[in-house]
Design a protein around this ligand. Sequence first.
Ligand SMILES: NC(=O)c1ccc[n+]([C@@H]2O[C@H](COP(=O)([O-])OP(=O)(O)OC[C@H]3O[C@@H](n4cnc5c(N)ncnc54)[C@H](OP(=O)(O)O)[C@@H]3O)[C@@H](O)[C@H]2O)c1
Length: 406
Amino acid sequence: MLENYKVLTVTHRQTNVKNIGNFVVQCTDSSDLQARLRELKKRFQLDELFYLSTCNRVLYFFTSKQPTDTSFQYNFFQYINPNLNAAQIGSDLLCYEGEASLEHLFEVAASVDSMVVGEREILRQLREAYEQSSNFGLTGDAIRLAIDGAVQAAKSVYSNTRIGEKPVSIVSLAIQKLRSMKVAKDARILLVGAGQTNTLVGKFLKKYEYSNITVFNRTLARAEKLAKLVQGKAHALEHISSYKGGFDCLIVCTGATQAVITPELYTLLLQAEADAKLAIDLAIPNNVDKKVVQQNALTYVEIEDLRTLAKQNLAFRATEVQKAKKLLHTCLAEFPKIYQQRQLTRAMRSVPEEIKAIKDHAINTVFKKEVEQLDDDTRLLLERMLNYMEKKCISIPMKAAKAVEL
Ligand SMILES: NC(=O)c1ccc[n+]([C@@H]2O[C@H](COP(=O)([O-])OP(=O)(O)OC[C@H]3O[C@@H](n4cnc5c(N)ncnc54)[C@H](OP(=O)(O)O)[C@@H]3O)[C@@H](O)[C@H]2O)c1
């Protein structure tokens, strides 16, 4: 019954976080992403598809009758990224089918599988990604049910365990790292990107009283909003190459799937300054070009570098993870019932129309002549009796379906 649920995923558990970017759908904007995902669904004959890309995983959750064997996996990721080879796919990819795929989804939603266990960001990201996949016309009933189940299970974990206590996140770990490097409070900080993540970065910078912040973002209005929060300056990203203010610390985090900080741009931003610089790249795929790191004397911090701090966090939560897994198993055990009930309800949806069609066919075709010979009173009585029968007949299978012990 649940065997058509499948997951193909690359996560921080299996590989260096920076490799995850190779398995992400490369796109220029949201409509490009929609077109590529629709083509993926069509090409691989997926019934439904949900796509999630975060800073520590990319997840393709879909329903399909096809086996996800190595040849399927290879073709799938060749379409995503033709530069990937079989060895990379084989070593980085995790594949789950049936109940195991649901278990994985539930663990992701409850942050049990996160690099920073207990972070709540993942639940927001999961919901937003579902909304996106649904708006793209990729999902249907099966995925909706699974996501609903995962969200409910995650909520139960957050409220019945201490997994989310003393909240930490990739961003808070990045700030911890920045502070450990003794960055001066008046250091020139450039924030590139003004989405949810850099907004959180901004809140921490404000909390720790960093006072010299400039924000660049594709949409100026969003840069201005974040600049207001951090009492800094705002510019449109398209003007970044003409920025003359120099910097000490660059914090880059956008949804772009290509490098934003290219070697040429980095050189311009340097303004010929030779002192040590810090770049924190929180995007997956990375937003700072590899060559920038290779060719310049800078301290580069990416999500992978936060793994050690994240592990310390896991030690604190280890016992809560066990409790969370127990709760998730209880929710998972309920899922087949919910799924089957839904299938029954769907199957029953056509019953009223079919019974009505039988009644109409009897009156207007099979017994047409006999009905025409009836006097008005008798015909009215017959119609009332048939309407009564119709109502009663409709409710029988509905009641039976609800009463069945699944
Ligand atoms: N959420 C987390 O917990 C978390 C933690 C660590 C890292 N990350 C990573 O952070 C990145 C952004 O995530 P988010 O949650 O902040 O996303 P978000 O709220 O959707 O914001 C996306 C940001 O990226 C900008 N952007 C998108 N596409 C762009 C492009 N092609 N060129 C230039 N700018 C572009 C957007 O600009 P506009 O305002 O113009 O749209 C916006 O500032 C992702 O790589 C994610 O994996 C997320």
